[in-house]
Ligand binder design. Structure first.
Ligand SMILES: [Zn+2]
Ligand SMILES: [Zn+2]
Length: 277
C-alpha cells in the first residue's frame, strides 16, 4: 500500500517559507491499496488538495475520522468528490454515547458555518461507526480502537498482505501506564500499533512544551519514542506538527525522537510525500 501525507499539522494550518518542507495543512493522509482502494485518514485542510489529485475513475472513497476536532474535519466541505453525484463517500468516525456521527457532522454542515446541509450533498454519503473489529474496506483491513485524547477519539490500524500502518494523530498515552513494566495491553493504542510497518503518531511537543500542556491530548518526543519502542514498530512518522514550529524546529524534534528510539527509523511527515509500505 501507499501512504501519502496531504496535511501534517495539528490545531491550525500554518504557512510561509519557514514551513515549506513539512507543509502547512492540517491532518489528512491517503492510503491506497494495491487494488485501488482509497482510504483517507481525517479530513483536515489537506484533503482539499487530495480531492483535486484523485482520478475521475475513483467511484468510492472511505474517510476515516479519528475524531471531530476542527483540525481533522475542516477540509471536509472543500473535498471535491462530495459534490460529484457518481461518487460514494463513506465517512467513518468514533462512536459517541451522546450524539451520533450524523448529528455531530451536521453541526459543521449547516448555516452559518457552511452553506450546504449534509443531506443536500450531491454524492452518495453513508455514515458508519469506526469498526472495532477488523473490517474489509476493499482490499484493506481496517480496525479502530478508542485512544486517550479529549472527547471520543479513535486510532486506526490498516493492513494489507502483511504490511501495516497505524494512525494515531492525536494521542497522549503518557496519561496511562506507558513506561511501566506491566501488561502492554493497558497502554492506550498499543494493540493498534503493535509491530506495524509504519506508525504515524502525534509528536507535537518537546518535553518542556508538554510539561505545561499535560491533558491537552498530545505527545512529546520522548513519549512517541517510548510508545514506538514498546510497540516494536518498524518506522515512525512524526505527525501533528505544532503550528508554531517551523521546518528547522521540526527537524530538531525528529532528531530527538530518533535519538530516543534506537533501531527504529524516524522521519517527520512531510506534506506531499508518499511512503511505500
Ligand atoms: Zn488534532
Ligand atoms: Zn484533537
Amino acid at each position: 500500500m501507499k501512504v501519502t501525507f496531504w496535511g501534517t499539522r495539528g490545531s491550525i494550518a500554518s504557512a510561509g517559507p519557514a514551513t515549506a518542507r513539512y507543509g502547512g495543512n492540517t491532518a489528512s493522509v491517503q492510503v491506497m491499496g494495491r487494488d485501488g482502494t482509497c482510504v483517507v485518514l481525517d479530513a483536515g485542510t489537506g484533503i482539499r488538495s487530495l480531492g483535486y489529485a484523485l482520478e475521475d475513475a475513483v467511484d468510492r472513497i472511505d474517510i476515516l475520522l479519528s475524531h471531530l476536532h476542527m483540525d481533522h474535519i475542516q477540509g471536509l466541505g472543500f473535498f471535491g468528490p462530495l459534490f460529484a453525484p457518481k461518487v460514494e463517500v463513506h465517512i467513518w468516525g468514533p462512536p459517541s454515547a451522546t450524539l451520533d456521527l450524523r448529528a455531530r457532522l451536521t453541526r459543521y454542515f449547516s448555516p452559518p458555518l457552511f452553506p450546504v446541509q449534509l443531506r443536500d450533498l450531491p454524492s452518495r454519503v453513508e455514515l458508519h461507526n469506526a469498526p472495532d473489529v477488523p473490517t474489509a474496506i476493499g482490499g484493506l483491513l481496517v480496525t479502530s480502537a478508542t485512544v486517550i485524547h479529549p472527547g471520543p477519539t479513535v486510532g486506526y490500524r490498516i493492513e494489507e498482505d502483511g504490511a501495516s500502518v497505524a494512525y494515531l494523530p492525536d494521542h497522549e498515552p503518557a496519561l496511562g501506564p506507558i513506561g511501566l513494566p506491566d501488561d502492554p495491553a493497558w497502554i492506550s493504542g498499543f494493540e493498534l500499533a503493535s509491530e506495524v510497518s509504519l506508525l504515524v503518531h502525534d509528536a507535537q511537543y518537546f518535553p518542556d512544551e508538554r510539561a505545561t500542556r499535560v491533558g491537552w491530548g498530545h505527545s512529546s518526543t520522548v513519549e512517541v519514542a517510548a510508545f514506538a519502542r514498546r510497540a516494536r514498530v518498524g518506522r515512525v512518522a512524526c505527525f501533528h506538527h505544532d503550528p508554531a514550529h517551523d521546518d528547522a524546529t521540526i527537524d530538531r524534534l525528529v532528531t530527538e525522537v530518533g535519538e530516543a528510539a534506537p533501531g527504529i527509523t524516524v522521519i517527520g511527515a512531510r506534506e506531499g510525500e508518499t511512503l511505500e509500505i
